[in-house]
Design a protein around this ligand. Structure first.
Ligand code: SF4
Length: 452
C-alpha cells in the first residue's frame, strides 16, 4: 500500500508503525536482541511500603490484590466508585468533598493511567501524601513480554501471593493487532477447573480466581505497554477485549462483572460493552446473567455438535448438554441480529470436521442470530489432536455460509510465542498449605523463587 506524503495513513498502517517503534525500543532497551520474537525480562516493580492500621481496616472486605498480605499498601486498582469513596472517607476527607475527590481519582487512575499519586496534580499535595501513605496504584507485575513475528504480543504477569514471602501466580494476556482493530485477550482465572481436551490451559489446575483489579489491570498494563494513555476517543490500538484467556469467566462471575463495569465506564477506560466479549464453555445457569447483569457480548465455546463428542472435548457438556446450552442461547437477554452470539468451533482433524457435522451445526443454530468462528487447531506440547486440512475447513465453512451464517476462519496468530487460541498456560501450580507455610518461613528467597 502506498502512503501519500502529508496524508493520514490508514489505521492499520498507523498501528503497525506505532507497534514497530515500540517493539524496536523495547527490544533495544530490554534485551538488546534484534530478532522479532523475543522474551524480554523486565526490571522488578518498586518495593511497596507498609500499610497503616487505618488503611488496612478501610481495605478489608475488598478483593483487590495484595490486601491479604500484611505489610503491603493495598492497591486502588479494581475498586468501583463506592469502594473508592470509602477509601477517601477513611482519610478524613470532608463528606462534601468525597464525590469530587472520587471523580478526580477515577479520571486519573482509569482515564490517564496514573502510576503514582504524586502524578495526580489535580489533587492537593497533602491529599496525595495521605493517599501514598496508605494505598498504592500497583497493577499486576509485568515479568515477560514477547512479540510474535506477526505482531501479536504476549505478556506474562505476576500476581500478588496470598502469603508474604512467596512468589505469586502468573497469568498470560495477549494482544492481537489487526488491520482495522486490536483485540486484547484477557484471563479470568489462574489455570482452570475445566479440562477441555484441546486446550493447553486445561492441563493447568485452577490456582485461584483473579480479582477485579487483576482483570482490569491486564487492560491497564496493555495500555502502558502500547503507550495508550490517556484513553483516546478514536484511533485506539485496543479497540476490543475478549475474555478468552486462561479460565472460565463464569466461574468468577462477580469479579468479572465488576471488572467489566469499571472497564466500560465512560469517564475512565471507556471500552464499550458492545466491544467486550465474554466466552464461556457453557455454564448454562449463568448465561442469562451475562445478558441481564453484565450486558456484554457472548461467545460459546461449542466445538462439537454431538454430545458424545462434546463430552470428550468440553467435559462440562456432561453436566450441561448441547440441548440445554442451545436453549440458554435462544433465550439470551438482548439477543438480536445486532447482538449475535459468537460460536467458537475448533477444527480437529477427523474429530468434529465432517460435512455432516457442519449440517448438524446449522440445524442446532436455527433461530439463533449467530456468527461462527472456525478456529484451526493450534497445537501445544503433548496435544492429542491434529488441525483439520485446509480444504476440509473451507468445505465446512461453505456449508455454514450457505445457510446464511457468517463463518470466518480465524487466522492463527502468535503461534511462535504460544499465544494462539488454546495455547495459554503459565507455570503457576496450586501449592499445598504446608508448602506455602514452609516457603513463607524460609529466609532463602532464592529457593522460594525457584519453587514458586
Ligand atoms: S477452553 Fe476455556 S474453559 Fe476449557 S480448559 Fe481451556 S480455559 Fe478452561
Amino acid at each position: 500500500m502506498q502512503i501519500v506524503a502529508g496524508q493520514e495513513p490508514p489505521f492499520g498502517v498507523r498501528l503497525t508503525r506505532r507497534l514497530a517503534r515500540r517493539t524496536m525500543t523495547e527490544l533495544n532497551l530490554r534485551s538488546g536482541r534484534s530478532t522479532e520474537t523475543a522474551a524480554a525480562p523486565l526490571k522488578a516493580a518498586p518495593a511497596r511500603g507498609s500499610a497503616s492500621a487505618a488503611a488496612t481496616r478501610a481495605a478489608s472486605g475488598s478483593d483487590t490484590a495484595g490486601e491479604a498480605i500484611a505489610g503491603l499498601r493495598p492497591t486502588l486498582i479494581g475498586l468501583d466508585r463506592t469502594e473508592l469513596a470509602d477509601r477517601v472517607r477513611a482519610l478524613d476527607v470532608p463528606e462534601k468533598q468525597v464525590r469530587m475527590r472520587v471523580a478526580q481519582l477515577w479520571q486519573a487512575i482509569y482515564g490517564r493511567g496514573a502510576r503514582d499519586f504524586d502524578a495526580i496534580t489535580t489533587l492537593s499535595k497533602g491529599f496525595r501524601t495521605a493517599l501514598a501513605d496508605h494505598y498504592s496504584l500497583a497493577r499486576p507485575q509485568l515479568t515477560t513480554a514477547q512479540v510474535s513475528s506477526d505482531g501479536t504480543r504476549k505478556w506474562l504477569l505476576g500476581l500478588d501471593a496470598e502469603t508474604a514471602g512467596v512468589h505469586g501466580p502468573e497469568i498470560e494476556t495477549v494482544y492481537i493487532p489487526e488491520e482495522s482493530r486490536g483485540t486484547l485477550c484477557v484471563s479470568s482465572q489462574v489455570g482452570c477447573t475445566l479440562t477441555c481436551s484441546f486446550c493447553h490451559t486445561g492441563t493447568q489446575k485452577l490456582v485461584r480466581n483473579l480479582t477485579a483489579g487483576e482483570i482490569v489491570g491486564q487492560l491497564m498494563i496493555a495500555r502502558d505497554e502500547l503507550g495508550e494513555w490517556p484513553s483516546p476517543s478514536d484511533g485506539r490500538l485496543i479497540t476490543n477485549m475478549v475474555l478468552m484467556g486462561m479460565g472460565e469467566p463464569l466461574y468468577n462471575f462477580d469479579n468479572v462483572a465488576k471488572a467489566l463495569d469499571i472497564v466500560a465506564d465512560g469517564e475512565g477506560l471507556s471500552l464499550s460493552k458492545r466491544r467486550i466479549t465474554l466466552s464461556t464453555s457453557g455454564v448454562v445457569p449463568l448465561i442469562e446473567r451475562v445478558g441481564a447483569e453484565i450486558g456484554c457480548m457472548l461467545a460459546i465455546s461449542l466445538h462439537a455438535v454431538r454430545d458424545e463428542v462434546r463430552d470428550e472435548l468440553v467435559p462440562l457438556n456432561k453436566k450441561y448438554p448441547i440441548a440445554e446450552l442451545m436453549e440458554a442461547c435462544r433465550t439470551f437477554p438482548g439477543l438480536s441480529n445486532a447482538r449475535r452470539i459468537t460460536f467458537e468451533y475448533v477444527m480437529l482433524k477427523g474429530v468434529n470436521d465432517s460435512l455432516a457435522d457442519a449440517k448438524e451445526l446449522v440445524r442446532l443454530l436455527k433461530g439463533i442470530p449467530a456468527k461462527i468462528n472456525l478456529i484451526p487447531f493450534n497445537p501445544w506440547p503433548g496435544s492429542p489432536y491434529d488441525c483439520s486440512d485446509w480444504d476440509q475447513i473451507e468445505a465446512f465453512a461453505e456449508v455454514v455460509n450457505r445457510a446464511g451464517y457468517a463463518s470466518p476462519v480465524r487466522t492463527p496468530r502468535g503461534r511462535d510465542i504460544m499465544a494462539a487460541c488454546g495455547q495459554l498456560k503459565s507455570a503457576s501450580q496450586k501449592m499445598k498449605a504446608s508448602e506455602r507455610r514452609r516457603l513463607a518461613q524460609s529466609s532463602d528467597t532464592a529457593a522460594a523463587e525457584t519453587m514458586a
